[in-house]
Ligand binder design. Structure first.
Ligand SMILES: *[C@@H]1O[C@H](CO)[C@@H](O)[C@H](O)[C@H]1NC(C)=O
Ligand SMILES: *[C@@H]1O[C@H](CO)[C@@H](O)[C@H](O)[C@H]1NC(C)=O
Ligand SMILES: *[C@@H]1O[C@H](CO)[C@@H](O)[C@H](O)[C@H]1NC(C)=O
Ligand SMILES: *[C@@H]1O[C@H](CO)[C@@H](O)[C@H](O)[C@H]1NC(C)=O
Length: 663
């Protein structure tokens, strides 16, 4: 129900009253004994003053009461409404305080509504000013510790607050309880929260404003930021801010993070004296951020990637500082920092087998050239024979046969001696000279290209895109964290991704996956940098070429970032630091350096192996193997075979002739 109660046209003021009397029959059990009466009616001036102090023209207000404040009180407090030009949503929970569970259930409903109202507020605003309002203030009033604690718990679960939302808790508590309350709940200690405490009653009415600072040079503490009295009004304590930034400097405090080795992003090295050292691009980035924000890194021990994320969800760890791909399912459990890396998922596969080497005798020339040579080889003897026959006209002493001419011409082509029995006429000499020239050029070209083709074998086409991958690979492996991806792909509408999901199998590690990819017709999926590093470390052949290649197309050209808890208040600070590192180009440089180091190390290791194996021979010389030269041998065998058959046929004919003569 929307009601414009002010009808004030100068400033559009809208009061959005949503009464949610969830259980009207239960008796209010809240202590009225303190004599403070309705909190908001007494401290309302203070709340109004604070709201006005932080007011912006586009703010809306969510007011949450525990049923001890009647709506009429709220409507009376004009000062509260004045600080929130864009409307006030009032939620009232009337609960039987004996049943904590009931309160929880009710609050969860309520906060769900409140979050939706936040959206309604935005929509209202959008339609009117075409600008988005993120300015929401939440005021919670209650005397009841249980109610406040429950609110703290459920505002987290219901995701009511983000850092930009300012929360005012209006209460009246003794100081020790107040300190305990402020420091024991994430909503109060970490979020943008202040607490207005009614500390004295009429006529010395006084409201003090407290806030919890988790990181100060003296450690975590609750400080008094301001005070309000009806006479003197609102007064800030010297050197304090009403809503201070809490995460711009950690003052050397320890910050929990979770990570597991995932080179080149995160790697664990053994330092001297059993110390653990870390390395990797993401670690360097974290180190830079820790230096900028002055905190000490504490890596919470974890056993699996699931646990890494779980600690973040539980807010034990502030962030999982290793590259995580963004998936919709993951967003339900945690948020992400600023996207700092192109989180591609790429596949590696073994180079497909080299084409049969005997064909390398044929590859150096194209089909047309071979055909032209054959034609030349047919034509030239014919022309030469013509010349010879014309020349022989008068002289029948020496008869040169057709066979001899063909044999001689073919012989010249493959570089045999100049035949002596050819005619000595000028025309035949010119022809022979031309033929020799042709043979020289053809022979050199063929010889040169043949050498190149023998040493640089021709690879058949290999899978480069997702489509080709799905049609070539028998299995596709992924490390354990891939279970989520398999799930994600299987649910896709795309047939390609569905097929990919079917082919996917989980293997214990990238080493196992890549080894299988080398041995079988399989592919391994992982991030590009990680695979590159892994190949550089372990899958380099003896001749220095990698045994695996990375497909050109990424499976999902996704975004990746560090998981942080839902609505983490330090998110904006973290994002700014991440941006600074990325924009300075440091991340790319670290990545390049690490890859280079790995390559150098791997090469050194291999050279040492080679030296150990054969100290006398130079490993950099590559000799041609029988595989390279099998073409030549095959040709020889073929020749021998044909010669053998011809020989047998000749013998048979001879026998037949002898037999016929004998008869
Ligand atoms: C609250 O509810 C949970 C399960 O719904 C139950 O296990 C728990 O005992 C209940 N607590 C109280 C105080 O009723
Ligand atoms: C970090 O915080 C500690 C503790 O407050 C302080 O001693 C140190 O000087 C700070 N370092 C920097 C670089 O600000
Ligand atoms: C290192 O740790 C191992 C096992 O934890 C222990 O046996 C060894 O004594 C330690 N060495 C030093 C120098 O602390
Ligand atoms: C940090 O982690 C330790 C356990 O390793 C835990 O005891 C501590 O409470 C954590 N700190 C925070 C602020 O959650």
């Amino acid at each position: 129900m929307y009601r414009d109660i002010y009808g004030n046209n100068r400033k559009r003021k809208m009061l959005l009253v949503m009464m949610m009397t969830l259980d009207a029959s239960v008796v209010l059990c809240l202590p009225q004994t303190s004599g403070v009466g309705e909190l908001l009616s007494v401290a309302g001036g203070g709340v109004g003053a604070v709201l006005e102090a932080v007011s912006q023209p586009t703010c809306s207000l969510i007011l949450l009461t525990d049923g001890t404040t009647s709506p009429s009180t709220i409507l009376k407090e004009e000062s509260v409404v004045r600080g929130s030009p864009w409307g006030v949503g009032v939620f009232e929970v009337v609960v039987d305080g004996q049943d904590a569970n009931e309160t929880l259930v009710l609050l969860s409903h309520l906060l769900h509504q409140a979050r939706q109202m936040k959206m309604v507020g935005n929509d209202l605003f959008l339609s009117q000013v075409r600008m988005e309002s993120r300015c929401v203030r939440v005021v919670v009033t209650s005397h009841d510790l249980v109610f406040l604690a429950t609110f703290a718990e459920w505002s987290l679960k219901g995701r009511l607050l983000v850092w930009a939302t300012k929360l005012l808790v209006v209460t009246s508590l003794p100081l020790p309880q107040l300190h305990a309350l402020l420091s024991s709940h994430w909503t109060f200690s970490m979020m943008n929260t202040i607490l207005l405490n009614l500390e004295d009653t009429q006529p010395n009415l006084r409201v003090s404003v407290y806030t919890h600072l988790p990181y100060t040079p003296e450690g975590a503490q609750v400080v008094r930021a301001a005070s309000w009295t009806p006479n003197r009004g609102f007064a800030l304590t010297a050197g304090r801010l009403l809503f201070p930034p809490k995460f711009s400097n950690f003052h050397g405090a320890t910050v929990n993070i979770t990570a597991l080795p995932f080179p080149p992003y995160w790697d664990v090295l053994k330092g001297p004296d059993n110390t653990t050292r870390y390395s990797g691009t993401d670690y360097y980035m974290l180190e830079a951020i820790a230096a900028a924000l002055n905190f000490t890194i504490h890596v919470v021990p974890t056993n699996s990637w699931v646990e890494v994320a779980k600690r973040v969800e539980e807010r034990v760890s502030f962030m999982a500082t290793v590259f995580h791909n963004m998936l919709p399912e993951r967003l339900e459990r945690y948020d992400y920092s600023w996207v700092y890396e192109y989180g591609s998922l790429d596949f590696s596969m073994a180079q497909p087998g080299i084409k049969p080497q005997w064909q390398s005798l044929y590859y150096p020339l194209t089909d047309v050239v071979w055909a032209a040579v054959l034609l030349a080889l047919l034509l030239t003897p014919v022309v030469l024979l013509l010349i010879i026959r014309v020349d022989e006209g008068g002289n029948n002493d020496v008869k040169i046969t057709v066979g001899t001419v063909v044999q001689d011409v073919a012989g010249m082509l493959v570089g045999q001696n100049l035949p002596q029995r050819l005619p000595r006429t000028s025309s035949s000499r010119v022809l022979v000279a031309t033929w020799l020239m042709f043979a020289l050029i053809f022979g050199s070209a063929y010889r040169g290209n043949l050498t190149a083709f023998l040493t640089l074998p021709k690879y058949p086409p290999r899978a480069e895109t997702l489509q080709e991958l799905v049609s070539t690979a028998d299995r596709i492996t992924m490390p354990p964290y891939g279970a989520e991806f398999k799930n994600f792909f299987s649910k896709s509408d795309s047939q390609l991704f569905k097929r990919l999901g079917q082919l996917m199998h989980i293997v214990p590690s990238v080493n196992v996956g890549q080894q299988q990819a080398v041995d079988k017709k399989q592919a391994h999926l992982d991030t590009r940098r990680y695979q590159k590093l892994s190949i550089a470390k372990r899958f380099i052949g003896t001749d220095g070429t990698p045994k695996l290649y990375l497909g050109r197309e990424s499976i999902i050209p996704g975004q990746s970032a560090w998981p942080i808890p839902h609505d983490a208040p330090f998110g904006p600070v973290l994002d700014r630091c991440l941006m600074a590192v990325i924009e300075a180009g440091l991340y790319e440089q670290w990545s390049k350096d690490l890859l280079f180091q790995a390559q150098v190390k791997s090469r050194k290791g291999q050279q040492q192996q080679h030296v150990a194996k054969k100290t006398d021979s130079d490993s950099s010389i590559r000799s041609l193997t029988t595989t390279h030269l099998q073409g030549a041998f095959l040709l020889l065998l073929l020749g021998l075979g044909i010669a053998g058959i011809t020989f047998v046929v000749e013998l048979l004919i001879l026998r037949l002739l002898q037999a016929s003569r004998g008869n």
